[in-house]
Design a protein around this ligand. Structure first.
Ligand code: LLP
Length: 430
């Protein structure tokens, strides 16, 4: 969490005190560090500097217009998964010609919109979809640029909901079927131009090994397609994991000493050092589609403790954010560190608690049986590493307004999304 640290007894985002933001804007509140986002983007860009490449930010991780604008101004490309995401990228000043369009179920309307905007490539996931793309392009009298997603059947060793590169996943075309598919497409599909190859093996990968395995397995295929079909790019996907455990220096209280075995950070430098030598001789433009790496540790969700409820078996800290605001713990058993905004001291007691939200579901928790420095009702706590798949997956479940979002740049804090009102929630309903 590079942009987040305790200073003068309070957690800050860059030069802004998070307590001040919580007081001014209320909670739950998402806060992002602009300079952390840019730093992650630039470091990845530099790590691949020795080869022809482009970083196409995976918009799904955090699609706020101001976040997209930051990255557009840094000349990022964008990996989109819907017409809605393309609309956002364009509104934010992003270049459609730097957009790749992923996903297993694109609609005619989305394909037409993306064709008219002139995107770089449709990353298609099946022969059926490729034929459909050809049909839609033919009807418009244009040629659709495309790449097929290869499923390399590599175990990404991540949570089963975010693993995508195994044969049993719904994604991509079997490795062994790709060469024939390209040959058939070249013969039969006159309104598709296969300009690349794509893969993505999963998300939150904390080891380099699956990346190496996939790149080594698919590289000969990419070379073959370059020779036989003149493809120009290979997207190796996203998936670089981030540190969730102990993602902030807890100071001298040391309450996060308990980093579990196994969560070793995969650094950007390691990623570059391992992959560049395996990619540089291919003569292909290499695309990356990172989402979490860019924004995950650039954001927190601030929430207020409402009550402490002492049950027979457990102590619950009830906070005013719920699984509708941040669903990762409920959905993937995702771990987010929980840090009181007021810096704990050596005198602060450590308590084993469940931090739970107000939603009417037992899955509405942010941690269970976790030892945390004690905090009281009325105090603000930060759920860390919430910049990716946080707000982007938030919903109005239980008719709760979506939280506001703030972007911090140095000592400036800007509202980049207003908190929803109750009227916003029912807008459009009859
Ligand atoms: N490219 C493709 C084709 C993808 O499907 C994804 C993520 C990415 C790139 C970006 O992956 P990243 O670099 O962010 O790992 N909601 C889940 C994560 C779902 C990821 C879906 N696909 C979570 O909160 O962990």
């Amino acid at each position: 969490m590079h942009g987040f640290a305790y200073r003068q007894g309070s957690l800050h985002c860059e030069d802004v005190n998070l307590q001040t933001l919580a007081d001014e804007h209320g909670t739950p509140l998402y806060v992002y560090s602009a300079n952390t986002i840019l730093d992650h983007y630039r470091r990845l860009d530099e790590a691949l500097g020795a080869i022809d490449h482009e970083v196409a930010y995976a918009v799904k991780a955090n699609s706020n217009l101001s976040v997209l604008r930051l990255l557009a101004e840094a000349h990022a490309g964008f990996d989109i998964v819907s017409g809605g995401e393309l609309f956002r990228v364009i509104k934010a000043g992003g270049d459609p010609a730097k957009c790749t369009f992923a996903g297993v179920g694109k609609t005619r309307a989305e394909i037409e919109y993306a064709l008219k905007q002139g995107i770089y490539s449709f990353n298609v996931e099946s022969e059926e979809e490729l034929r459909y793309l050809n049909e839609v392009a033919a009807a418009l009298g244009v040629i659709a640029p495309a790449a097929v997603r290869v499923n390399p059947n590599v175990d990404a060793k991540t949570h089963k909901y975010i693993s995508t590169g195994k044969s049993e996943n719904k994604f991509g075309v079997d490795f062994d079927a790709i060469a024939d598919l390209y040959a058939r497409a070249a013969r039969e599909l006159s309104h598709v131009k296969l300009r690349g190859l794509q893969m993505h093996i999963g998300s939150q990968l904390t080891s380099i090994d699956p990346f190496i395995e996939a790149v080594e397995k698919v590289a000969p295929l990419a070379t073959h397609l370059k020779v036989t079909h003149g493809i120009e790019f290979w997207s190796i996907g996203g998936g670089i994991g981030i540190v969730y455990h102990g993602s902030l220096d807890s100071g001298d209280t040391g309450w996060w000493e308990s980093k579990p075995e196994g969560e070793r950070p995969l650094t950007i430098a390691q990623y570059g050092q391992a992959l560049v030598p395996r990619l540089e001789h291919l003569g292909l433009k290499i695309l990356l589609e990172p989402g979490r790496l860019i924004v995950g540790n650039a954001g927190v969700l601030l929430t207020k403790c409402l009550f402490e409820k002492r049950g027979k078996a457990k102590t619950f800290k009830v906070v005013n954010a719920g699984m509708n605001d941040l669903i990762r713990p409920a959905l993937y058993e995702g771990h987010h560190e929980i840090a009181p905004v007021k810096q704990p001291t050596a005198d602060t007691g450590i308590r084993k608690v469940d931090v739970v939200g107000p939603i009417c579901e037992s899955g509405d928790f942010f941690c269970q049986d976790r030892e945390l420095p004690d905090f009281q009702p009325g105090e603000t706590v930060a759920l860390l590493s919430a910049g990716a798949y946080g707000f982007a997956m938030a919903s109005n479940y239980n008719s709760r307004p979506l939280p506001a979002e703030i972007l911090v740049d140095g000592s400036t804090a800007r509202i980049i999304r207003k908190r929803q009102t109750l009227d916003d929630i029912i807008a459009g309903e009859a």
